[in-house]
Write a protein that binds this ligand. Structure first.
Ligand code: DLL
Length: 440
């Protein structure tokens, strides 16, 4: 029912770009790629010396596949070039900086010219429109404002769309609920974990957001599962769409789900997407799962050539029912760095989330604790039961979760049930993994 509440086409923010033919996309990509590689080679000494060491020159790029001859860029490159060493324009031409907080060491700094900001707003507006937002909507933006790209990225896109934007930022959840209701928000932008927090606090306050105007959620910035989508759609009475991006490449707006709700269209007029085997660096056929690698085609200040995102996914090049030819990036399973290896099985937190959300009586509030016992890593799921579940049913819930994880993910875990409301709630990106293994 909530699906029907998204007003459907025909309305497009940018129809010519959205509906390019596959041939037109390839021709545009080749032109833009050649220009990007030539400009980056001329302007960024670090890229030039990498190319020289690999024996490859911009003039070697004759077809799109020739890109595989060029070196990758990694987060370590950005850190080593801190703060502005990979910029391809003089600093005075940079209109805005963003940065990732960086859990260890130096943050990564990214920069945008005025033209980059203009393109970013246009792409984010395109994402809003494709997801079902419309000019005149009230867009409540609960992504954090500041150095994080989520807040300002979604903000500029919402304004460009012609919406009324409420720059709520993250946190102060009680007040967010008042604003959502009183300003009549049509669209909520937030991380999925924060949106869940909003739903929970609203329920506790007796505010029924399902009865409000809210009809669409634009959720991203962290991995999430289909189970989480179902929970958000039911509890908020909305359609939940996935939006993807990363600061190194631009910010939110790199890819978004369309009305088909199956995979995120990655905007190939501005980015070139590859999936590689993370161990060998070899490019994988469409359909195979590996690490997403992105090259920017229209960034002036910080062009990125073959940036290794560490995000695990697969590309789908089969036709999408919506008629758009831009490649579909399937839901990101997780990050390479979040992968756990339990008795030889590779496990991502989202797989556990998917299993949990299938078990009646389990709430979507959980934390994963990784410990080492001898040579083995062990995983404990700290889980809050649904507050409606009576205490005597708790042991049955633990057994059901253990069984579900074993059958869906193939690993044996321990479960400790926590009092409802006791696990930390997120106001931005949720920290799901708590790694208590000794550092070696
Ligand atoms: O999270 C940009 C963003 C803001 C995207 C708001 C969507 C909405 P970073 O802080 O640089 O940028 O983090 C980027 O977050 O490499 C993924 O690991 C993860 N991520 C982002 N979107 C999704 C998504 C922003 N839809 C990192 N699904 C990326 C899964 C996502 N993971």
């Amino acid at each position: 029912m909530s699906q029907a509440r998204v007003r459907s086409a025909p309305w497009h923010f940018d129809p010519a770009a959205e509906f390019l033919s596959a041939d037109a996309i390839a021709a545009l990509q080749l032109d833009r790629l050649r220009a990007t590689i030539a400009r980056t080679y001329a302007a960024v000494p670090r890229f030039r010396s990498r190319c020289d060491a690999a024996g490859v020159h911009p003039s070697d790029l004759r077809r799109l596949d020739d890109l595989t001859r060029f070196p990758f860029t990694t987060k370590a490159d950005l850190r080593e070039a801190y703060p502005f060493g990979l910029f391809a324009v003089p600093r005075a031409e940079v209109s805005r900086l963003h940065a990732s907080s960086g859990t260890t060491g130096r943050p990564t700094v990214v920069g945008y010219t005025a033209a980059d900001l203009d393109r970013w707003a246009g792409l984010m507006a395109r994402c809003f429109a494709v997801a079902g937002a419309r000019p005149g909507d009230v867009i409540h933006n609960a992504y954090g404002y500041g150095l994080f790209t989520g807040g300002l990225g979604a903000h500029d896109g919402a304004e460009r769309l012609g919406a009324t934007v409420v720059p709520a930022s993250g946190g102060g959840t009680e007040r967010q609920i008042v604003l959502l209701r009183d300003f009549g928000a049509d669209v909520l932008c937030a991380t999925p974990s924060y949106a869940l927090n909003i739903a929970e606090v609203a329920e506790r306050q007796g505010v029924d957001l399902r009865a409000s105007r809210l009809r669409l959620g634009m959720f991203g910035a962290e991995p999430w599962s289909e189970g989480m989508r179902a929970a958000l759609q039911t509890r908020l009475g909305i359609t939940a769409r996935d939006v993807y991006g990363l600061s190194e490449i631009m910010g939110p707006g790199v890819a978004v789900e369309c009305e088909a709700g199956s995979g995120l269209h990655g905007w190939e007029d501005h980015f070139l997407f590859e999936v590689i085997d993370p161990a060998t660096g070899a490019v994988l056929e469409p359909g195979r799962t590996g690490e997403l690698v992105i090259t920017t085609l229209t960034k002036d200040a910080l062009p990125m050539i073959r940036y290794r995102t560490r995000d695990i996914t697969r590309l789908d090049r089969t036709p999408c029912p919506c008629g758009r030819n831009h490649v579909r990036i399937m839901r990101i399973t997780g990050r390479d760095d979040d992968m756990m290896i339990l008795r030889g099985v590779n496990v991502y937190p989202t797989q556990i989330e998917a299993a949990l959300t299938d078990v009646p009586g389990a709430s979507p509030h959980y934390r994963l604790v990784l410990r080492r016992a001898g040579a083995m890593d062990t995983l404990t799921i700290e889980l809050e039961p649904d507050p409606a579940l009576a205490g005597p049913a708790w042991p049955t819930l633990s057994a059901a979760v253990i069984h579900q994880v074993k059958s869906l993910v193939g690993v044996t875990v321990a479960v400790t049930l926590q009092a409802p409301g006791s696990l930390p709630r997120s106001a931005g990106k949720a920290v799901r993994l708590c790694d208590l293994r000794p550092k070696d």
